[in-house]
Design a protein around this ligand. Structure first.
Ligand code: COA
Ligand code: AMP
Length: 650
């Protein structure tokens, strides 16, 4: 694809002048000066002695020598500076029919009480606390309470199964786990406690205590001696006036670990620090999102994902905004007008979500008739990320909303946008299909395998020149070597994003797909390698391959092919169902693994490499040619025929 294929929806002369080019050039000529100035927006106990120390950590560390507390900056300082009665967090839950507003003062009470409770369980600086929580306010309180006392939180998304949870427990070794009795999905209640109990049984590392938030929909059974009733502890702590103060932490101390899919079944524990994270997120709120303190900012994601960490909890609160914690879906809770209702009711100026949410709305209400019921006059910008924003969806959203629709590109690893359209600096023209330009902090290059830069409009691997900016991961949890091998070794001096794409002559980036086996399902990042490990564990499976195939709603969905062991007499259709169930049980419903196909053989090269790329092209009905190195061309024909049999491909 080249720029000529794209439809420009705006030109710079139709927009207010932008300061982007000047600001980006300023950063490039003096990165430390740029970040030193941004750091002024944070309250430090001791200001950093060194803005960037290239000798510290794996590739250097930001704000070395500074001391700070993220919870103080997100909560206490706003209470002290006149925002005590401003709503800090609005919980809006169409799935339970409840809504609650917490002012900054309320938030402070909740967070310091919970921090004291965690202290009572022996949790202190550097200890890990795992959160397996649905979208309830207590999840945000828990994250902030950990930050307050220097404990390192690790939130695990509720759609993951017990085995996935166990892997994370073993890696993070949490002292305490916080959970709720259930999550609520449209049409079904998901009891969390049995999943947590199973995970603790599978894990070799055992927490010393679990705090369980009992929700009215399900009462969880508590294991004597280990499990505690969250509400009872809260009531007792409030009665006795127990509260914990903020602890002074080094800028470089870890704030959280967030696990994300790697290329194997073993997830990567992305580490976030305190100082750099605050500085970059605070900068992004005004300059990228164009939002002011006191305004209402909504990220419709989940606290289990990086978007939830950065833009439901930390970013908006650091900036003194009101954040929305929404427990619902874009459609079905109760209808495709749910997002418009929340924006209108809470006066959100910005919405940030994944393109898949808009595809879901468009499918249910193509003419956006439900929009007519709501007053969105205060709504200024829609931001999309998490997966490629297809031009159709961008153009549709812009047409129905009449506001800029801004695609921006980032990863769990980075915590904030690598590329975006900086609304606060003055919007650049939107080119649908592109997340626009590199943010200050990121020197983004497109390179070939030998790390030579590619000319404009030519596809290559997307890399970022080191050092990465503040907030990006300094390493993987207790795995410096894996961090180096996964991200820094292949292109020396650069961070490998594992995304492929190109830059046009205006410097606009186009992110076209991953270079590894990660797929994006409804904005959720999943590893096909991890799914293959599950398929291979089925006793009747000899070999297997999982590919991501195009899906109109979710962008991509996984599709698995299995070759059965000789002598297996079970019906292939029964085995296919067993495999679908196995992935749901081992990885979780979030994998959305619903297509398993038994085949006689997998197409391979003569050297034995499975031709996943060609299989994907067939499934996606993209042009493909028979690879010259194929061992047995009939194997690809069989794949095409079996896909066709399942209604996939041509
Ligand atoms: N706990 C338990 N199960 C969960 C869950 C959770 N927190 N979140 C999702 N699931 C389950 C769903 O119920 C579904 O189960 P099913 O197979 O029984 O139907 C499965 O996991 C897949 O969920 P999802 O990918 O959300 O698909 P969906 O069909 O339920 O909904 C959308 C489709 C588009 C409405 C939904 O994906 C969505 O709202 N996406 C918004 C994007 C988003 O939040 N992205 C996060 C990054 S920004
Ligand atoms: P995650 O770590 O879950 O945020 O997933 C990160 C990956 O999602 C990136 O490496 C991309 O492959 C993809 N992604 C995120 N945002 C975008 C975007 N705006 N355009 C294209 N791909 C995106």
């Amino acid at each position: 694809m080249t720029t000529s294929a794209l439809h420009r929806v705006s030109r710079q002369d139709e927009l207010a002048p932008t300061r982007y080019h000047e600001v980006y050039a300023g950063w490039l000529s003096d990165p430390e000066g740029f970040w030193a100035e941004a750091a002024e927006a944070i309250d430090w106990y001791e200001k950093p002695k060194t803005i960037f120390d290239p000798t510290a950590g794996v590739y250097g560390r930001w704000f070395v020598g500074g001391t700070c507390n993220t919870c103080y900056n997100a909560v206490d300082r706003h209470v002290q500076n006149g925002r005590a009665t401003q709503p800090a967090l609005i919980y809006d839950s169409p799935v339970t029919g409840s809504k609650r507003v917490f002012t900054y003062d309320d938030l402070l009470q909740e967070v310091r009480t919970l921090a004291a409770i965690l202290r009572d369980f022996g949790v202190g600086k550097g200890d890990r606390v795992l959160l397996y929580m649905p979208m309830v306010p207590e999840a945000a309180f828990a994250m902030l309470a950990c930050a307050r006392i220097g404990a390192v939180h690790s939130v695990v998304f509720g759609g993951f199964a017990a085995k996935e949870l166990a892997t994370r427990i073993d890696d993070a070794k949490p002292k305490v786990i916080l959970t709720a009795s259930c999550g609520i999905e449209p049409g079904r209640v998901v009891p969390y406690k049995p999943l947590l109990d199973a995970a603790i049984t599978f894990a070799s590392e055992k927490p010393s205590a679990c705090l369980v938030l009992q929700r009215p929909q399900v009462q969880a059974e508590l294991t004597a001696g280990r499990d505690h009733d969250w509400a009872a502890l809260r009531a007792a702590a409030l009665k006795s006036g127990r509260a914990a103060d903020c602890v002074k932490l080094a800028s470089t101390d870890p704030l959280y670990i967030l696990y994300t899919s790697g290329t194997t079944g073993k997830p990567k524990g992305v580490v976030r620090d305190n100082g750099g994270h605050m500085v970059a997120l605070k900068w992004s709120m005004k300059n990228l999102y164009g939002v002011d303190p006191g305004e209402v900012y909504w990220a419709a994601s989940d606290v289990g994902w990086v978007v939830g960490h950065s833009y439901i909890v930390y970013g908006p609160l650091l900036h003194g905004c009101t954040t929305i914690l929404y427990e619902g879906k874009p459609v079905g809770t109760p209808d495709a007008g749910a997002f418009w209702r929340v924006i209108a009711e809470h006066k959100c100026v910005t919405l940030f979500t994944a393109p898949t949410a808009f595809r879901a709305i468009k499918k249910e209400d193509p003419e956006a008739k439900l929009l007519g019921q709501y007053d969105l006059s205060h709504f200024r910008t829609l931001f999309l990320a998490g997966e490629r924003a297809d031009p159709d969806t961008v153009v549709w959203a812009e047409r129905i909303l009449g506001v800029p629709v801004i695609d921006h590109w980032w990863q769990t690893e980075t915590a904030w946008a690598i590329a975006g359209n900086p609304i606060g600096l003055g919007q650049l023209p939107v080119k649908p299909g592109s997340p626009t330009v590199a943010m200050p902090g990121y020197d983004v290059r497109i390179v070939d395998e030998a790390c030579h830069e590619m000319p404009a409009n030519k596809m290559g691997s997307i890399v970022v020149k080191l050092p990465l900016p503040p907030a990006c991961l300094p390493t993987l949890w207790e795995q410096d070597d894996r961090f180096r091998e996964s991200y820094l070794t292949e292109y020396p001096g650069y961070y490998k994003t594992a995304d492929a794409g190109f830059k046009d002559e205006d410097g606009y980036l186009y992110i076209m797909g991953r270079t590894d086996d990660i797929i994006n399902v409804a904005g959720h990042r999943l590893s096909t390698g991890g799914m293959e490990e599950v398929l291979a564990s089925h006793p009747d499976v000899a070999e297997c391959a999982v590919i991501g195939i195009k899906d109109q709603l979710k962008g991509e969905v996984p599709c698995g092919f299995v070759v059965l062991k000789a002598g297996v007499t079970k019906k292939p259709s029964d085995i296919e169902q067993e495999i679908v169930r196995l992935v749901r049980d081992k990885i979780g419903p979030v994998a959305a693994f619903k297509i398993a196909i038994c085949v006689n053989r997998l197409p391979k090269t003569r050297s034995g490499k499975i031709l996943r790329g060609t299989m994907k092209k067939i499934a996606d009905d993209d042009p493909w040619t028979m690879p010259a190195t194929i061992d047995d061309p009939a194997a690809l024909d069989e794949i095409a025929a079996s896909l066709k049999h399942h209604g996939i491909g041509a």
